[in-house]
Design a protein around this ligand. Structure first.
Ligand code: GLU
Length: 376
């Protein structure tokens, strides 16, 4: 029986694989500390839970408008100066928004430039759309605009930027983003900005949304999410903001793929938008403390670059290569002996590294890092 050629290079999601593995190990009685998954540990706010259950009991359980609830699109549009609801598409997580973008802009042979290391799903999503991911190395986790300019060919359709970055936690500098904007303008490329971690920034480099640059707006596609900001990973609500013609195309894809996002989950999202800013700031500060703890304890074990955003450390484990093998063997060793899950860097295109998520509470985080220290 025939399987499509494009499927040949598709691997399962390396991050989600760990979630399943950890569940299995825990079911078998192992006390595994999960420093693998990128999922905030806090529960959704009571207002969000109440709005969701209220929507459910009031019967908001049927198909809704494909592009999202009008009021939700309206409120989301307010995040983007000059945009209105027709500039917004509500998607099943940022992940589906990205998938639909690649469906809309790729054809066989078309290339999407992605700075590396990168989140596991980008390159597979491009391939599933028939396109070719072109990975360009970063320098100490920061963009290398010269290398990105050199990677542009007459087949390039887009550059994808993910800042704060998963898996490195890097927040890209404004000057580098300006260079990327220039490259996109000169070459008529789409600029895709995955801003899922915008609420988690800790360092001196302030987060710059690519939406802040009016000169690129007609080519810009911004993707954001409720998952991380509001701890709503299971709700699957994200959104895309772009020029109206692009949103219309993406809505066509969306209509064939899932139709609307779960109606009552969108009601929960509506309530989440009203979360007081000080509550979000309180959470950000908690994550900053975790970041500081992870950097302090992780720094004793590994060579690392301090992450300015997201909730990941991405240290090199090259110095342990001789003793424990490559990054996959290292992750396996730590899981087997310390019962701590981390993700091998090769899943993100960076062998010799591991990703340690600090989205978990300080107690488990410090115990996890201590356990790793003990077995090393
Ligand atoms: N984005 C998160 C992570 O990298 C969640 C899992 C996924 O969708 O990849 O761990």
């Amino acid at each position: 029986m025939y399987i499509s050629d494009k499927f040949n290079n598709i691997l399962p999601s390396g991050t989600l694989k760990f979630t399943i593995l950890i569940q299995e190990l825990r079911a078998a009685g192992r006390d595994v500390i999960d420093l693998a998954v990128g999922e905030p540990d806090f529960a959704v706010d009571a207002d969000v839970a109440n709005a969701t259950t209220k929507a459910l009991t009031e019967g908001h359980t049927r198909y809704g408008p494909v592009a999202g609830l009008p009021l939700l699109r309206e409120k989301l549009a307010a995040e983007f100066e000059g945009y209105d609801p027709a500039n917004i598409l509500v998607t099943n997580g940022a992940k589906q928004g990205l998938f639909e973008i690649f469906q809309a802009i790729c054809d066989p042979g078309r290339e999407v430039i992605i700075p590396s290391p990168s989140w596991v799903s980008f390159q597979h999503q491009v391939r599933l759309a028939g396109g070719t991911p072109v990975m360009v190395d970063t320098i100490q986790h920061q963009l290398d605009p010269d290398a990105m300019a050199r990677a542009v060919t007459d087949r390039t359709v887009a550059i994808l930027i993910n800042s704060p970055n998963n898996p490195t936690g890097a927040v890209y500098e404004r000057s580098a983003l300006e260079r990327i904007i220039d490259i996109c303008r000169k070459n008529d490329l789409w600029l895709i900005s995955d801003e899922a971690y915008a609420a988690f920034v800790y360092g001196d480099t302030p987060f710059t949304s690519l939406f802040d640059f009016p000169e690129i707006r007609s080519q810009l596609i911004v993707v954001r999410s409720f998952s991380k900001t509001y701890g709503m990973t299971g709700f699957r609500v994200g959104y895309v903001a772009a020029a109206q013609e692009m949103i219309a195309r993406l809505t066509t894809v969306h209509g064939h793929l899932t139709g609307n996002v779960c109606t009552f989950a969108q009601h929960g999202a509506l309530a989440a938008i009203d979360t007081p800013l000080d509550a979000l700031e309180h959470r950000r500060r908690q994550f900053q403390k975790r970041r500081d703890l992870a950097v302090r304890m992780g720094g004793e074990l590994f060579d690392l670059t301090i992450p300015d955003g997201a909730f990941y450390l991405f240290p090199s484990v090259a110095c342990y290569q001789e003793r424990y093998g490559d990054d996959q063997a290292f992750a396996q060793y730590v899981l087997e002996t310390a019962n701590v899950a981390v993700v091998p860097g090769s899943f993100f295109g960076a062998p010799g590294h591991i990703r340690i998520s600090f989205a978990t509470g300080t107690e488990r985080l410090s115990e996890g890092l201590q356990r790793i220290k003990d077995v090393l």
